[in-house]
Design a protein around this ligand. Structure first.
Ligand code: ADP
Ligand code: MG
Length: 447
């Protein structure tokens, strides 16, 4: 009978893959799948959750196609049922949850103690998002839900997210709150699936009063997990529990399902901008005071002018200055600061398309030689040095093969280029004038 044949085919498939995956993998992912029915043209499998279904298809679809009949779409003829709810995976599920009886010891709340509202410096770029965060912290679930905060790297999204957490812990101790990165949430799902404790995890998350989720962009391309996120979000939103999400992009630009994007756009989407000069200066003053470092206004402005699009980098600069002034007990003048931070300023410069021609032009101007001499063979000391500087900068600043860069210098070899690069790298450590000249050329190229 065909029916029997499909049952046999499934058993044969299981035997086939049992020998091809580890026993733990088999135990965790394959063994829980139950064959419920088989008709002449398809089989019905019961899976404990959607992840098992996706695991099976992601890893063994081709093998399955060899054992089972195919549908018109080329998919193996399998109908899946989810064990608990018997709902199709894509249907929005509003699961009722039992209250958590056990203490969630494995779900400790981790908040960075420095990321508080008090330590967050306000300016025109972040005032709106800060007041939205304060609103949510003061009245969780009652103002904007979810609150979705997006903006570039190092602008204070995680800082604000944790500030909400601290505020609620301090003012409303009874509320159950969890703060988690998207990565950690995914790892949690995987661990609990493995330990067969996924229901415990679901219960924990769906009984929260506040869920803070950092960096949702990492859910992109993790299709297997989107469903669980979405279900958790829906379950919380339906109970008027507060969700706050951060991301590097607005919801519509994330490669996530429409359903997920719709949930995230439901409440308030707030943008975190790049702080303006005054705000950056205020941040520098605040952070340096906390470290016991006295940075004069003029120096704070100098740093703020050079590092403009990432507060984390500003902190890096303060750390360097602090280490330096402690070691050398040097007074912080613009020159000293520039010297210490020069590398940072350079890497922070806007990315312009830089060409060998541009470098040659700038080197020729600063070293007072001709472009043709830089491309030529002259061994005259000044010309040779200028040529080596140009090669050094080309290797540093242009993202291309050494061979191609060398060829643009009138057909030099890549070993000549490497030799020049090494020589200048060593010399700028020792020779202050050369270091300044190189820096000048670099600035001319970048502006
Ligand atoms: P993001 O999550 O947006 O990448 P973070 O929240 O991790 O950025 O912030 C990077 C660093 O910059 C943190 O140490 C944070 O304290 C600091 N920071 C960012 N914005 C501010 C601000 N407005 N006031 C004070 N510190 C800030
Ligand atoms: Mg962050």
């Amino acid at each position: 009978m065909i029916e029997c044949e499909l049952k046999t085919s499934w058993t044969q498939f299981l035997e086939f893959i049992e020998n091809r995956c580890s026993s733990a993998e088999y135990e965790n992912w394959i063994a829980p799948i139950k064959l419920i029915e088989s008709s002449p043209d398809e089989i019905v499998l019961e899976v404990p959750n959607v992840f098992v279904q996706e695991y099976l298809l992601d890893n063994f679809k081709e093998v399955l196609c060899n054992f089972l009949p195919l549908r018109g779409s080329g998919e193996p003829a399998i109908q899946f049922q989810i064990a608990a709810s018997k709902q199709t995976p894509s249907a929005p599920t509003i699961e009722t949850v039992e209250p958590v009886s056990e203490e969630p010891s494995s779900f400790d709340l981790k908040l960075n103690p420095l990321y508080t509202f008090e330590n967050f410096i306000e300016g025109p770029s972040n005032q709106f998002v800060k007041s939205a965060a304060l609103g949510v912290a003061a009245r969780p679930g009652k103002s904007y839900n979810p609150l979705f905060i997006h903006g570039g790297v190092g602008l204070g999204k995680t800082h604000l997210l944790h500030s909400i957490g601290h505020y609620i812990c301090e003012h409303q101790k009874k509320l159950r709150i969890q703060s988690i990165t998207t990565e950690a949430f995914i790892n949690d799902i995987v661990d609990h699936l493995r330990n067969k404790s996924i229901d415990k995890m679901k219960r924990f998350y769906r009984n929260l009063d506040i869920l803070l989720v950092d960096d949702i962009q990492f859910l992109q391309n993790r299709l297997n997990f989107e469903e669980e996120f979405c279900n958790t979000f829906e379950s919380l939103l339906n109970q008027n529990k507060q969700i706050v999400i951060t991301s590097d992009k607005p919801p519509a630009q994330l490669k996530l399902s429409e359903r997920m994007v719709a949930r995230m756009e439901w409440g308030l989407v707030a943008h975190m901008g790049v702080p303006d000069l005054e705000t950056r200066v205020a941040i520098i003053k605040h952070k340096s005071e906390r470290r016991g470092l006295d940075i004069p206004n003029q120096i704070a402005f100098f740093i703020a002018e050079h590092i403009y699009n990432n507060v984390r980098q500003i902190e890096g600069a303060i750390n360097r200055l602090s280490a330096h002034s402690r070691l050398l007990s040097a007074t912080l003048t613009e020159d000293v600061v520039e010297k210490i931070l020069s590398e940072m300023f350079q890497t922070n410069a806007p990315n312009k398309k830089i060409s060998v021609e541009g470098i040659l032009k700038s080197v020729a101007a600063v070293f007072e030689v001709r472009i043709s001499e830089l491309k030529g063979e002259s061994r005259h000391k000044e010309i040779a040095l200028a040529r080596q500087v140009a090669m050094y900068l080309a290797k540093e600043m242009i993202d291309d093969s050494l061979m191609r860069i060398a060829a643009s210098f009138g057909g030099k070899t890549h070993s000549t280029l490497l030799h020049a690069w090494k020589k200048i790298t060593d010399q700028i450590q020792l020779n202050e004038t050369l270091r300044r000249q190189v820096q000048m050329v670099r600035r001319n190229i970048e502006t």
